[in-house]
Design a protein around this ligand. Structure first.
Ligand SMILES: Cc1cc2nc3c(=O)[nH]c(=O)nc-3n(C[C@H](O)[C@H](O)[C@H](O)COP(=O)(O)OP(=O)(O)OC[C@H]3O[C@@H](n4cnc5c(N)ncnc54)[C@H](O)[C@@H]3O)c2cc1C
Length: 285
């Protein structure tokens, strides 16, 4: 059965009544495509497309709050560094026109390109149930492949990113377009030089490379410290081998890609430019 709530209150009441059986549907590019490929259809679907207020993008101080129903194609058109670059690499135009931020985070895929960019941007997520709202860092939201800390009665409302960061994203796939990532990473640096590093397809969840970040904090920016941080990233990741690539290849490329991104941001900082263009954001294995 498909429920079509007309307000957030109605959607949350449905989620409370239906619990895990009530599966939210945003763009449907993951859910419905999966059902067409033979996954069992959810017994009860909650179509979020008529719920007002979930597709807004608003400035809140020096942050940007992005509603769960905002599509990849809207974000790729904005000047948002790694986030725009990651959105630009998702599927083809049809997928980006339908696929949403909420759906991307809801799938909790270790191969979610936009999730990795958001991890590197130190994003926070906002969840709501009839009992109230809570926020948390995105890196605490993911638990494992397809699993998040969202309770059965909660909906994802929005994700918030700081705007005071330069950032960059790079994805390696089997081909340049409409390819699930083999390995991808994103890096951001704030106006005090603090770095955040996200890596995807490298662990059960999109990974924050904390040891590499701490090393850069301790040693500052130089060619040597970037090399050391990249080596730590290769040591921190826990990739698997699958039909797209081996664990060894992914581990090696995690270091290579992060070194490239850190070097680019370091040079951009010196030269005063602010973002790596999406056109430079992908390569093939
Ligand atoms: C051909 C193809 C190519 C693709 N290429 C890529 C790619 O290159 N990179 C990539 O990262 N992804 C890719 N994807 C995956 C997918 O398109 C994205 O993950 C997309 O962001 C999913 O968004 P959606 O709105 O369609 O989600 P949906 O399919 O509607 O939902 C996905 C999951 O999120 C949950 N959900 C949705 N909204 C909410 C909410 N507000 N609160 C709580 N739970 C919610 C749903 O219940 C479901 O479990 C591809 C998919 C296809 C079919």
């Amino acid at each position: 059965m498909v429920h079509r709530p007309q307000s957030l209150q109605e959607a949350l009441a449905l989620k409370r009544t239906l619990g895990v059986r009530g599966v939210p549907v945003a763009g449907g590019t993951d859910l419905i495509v999966g059902v067409r490929k033979g996954r069992p259809a959810p017994p009860e679907m909650i179509d979020l497309s008529r719920v007002p207020g979930l597709d807004g993008i608003e400035h809140v101080g020096d942050q940007l709050r992005i509603g769960a129903m905002v599509t990849h194609s809207r974000l790729e058109a904005m000047d948002l560094g790694a986030l725009a670059a990651a959105c630009e690499t998702v599927g083809g135009p049809q997928i980006r026109n339908l696929g949403t931020i909420g759906g991307q985070l809801g799938t909790a895929s270790p191969a979610g390109d936009v999730s990795v960019a958001l991890i590197a941007l130190d994003a926070t997520v906002e969840l709501e149930s009839v009992d109230g709202r809570r926020t948390m860092p995105l890196c605490d939201f993911f638990v494992g492949p397809g699993r998040t800390v969202a309770r059965p009665d909660e909906l994802l409302l929005s994700v918030t990113v700081p705007l005071n960061r330069r950032s960059a994203f790079y994805k390696i796939g089997k081909r340049e377009a409409v390819a699930i990532s083999l390995l991808m990473a994103a890096v951001s640096v704030d106006d005090k030089g603090q770095v955040a590093i996200g890596v995807g397809c490298a662990a059960p969840v999109p990974l924050r490379a904390r040891e590499a970040e701490a090393s850069l904090r301790t040693h500052g920016w130089s060619a040597e410290s970037i090399d050391a941080a990249a080596a730590l990233v290769s040591a921190e990741v826990r990739p698997i081998s699958d039909h797209r690539g081996s664990a060894d290849y992914r581990r090696a490329m995690a270091g290579v890609v992060v070194r490239r991104l850190l070097t680019q941001l370091w040079r951009d900082g010196v030269e005063g430019t602010s973002r790596i263009g999406a056109e430079g954001a992908r390569g093939t294995a």
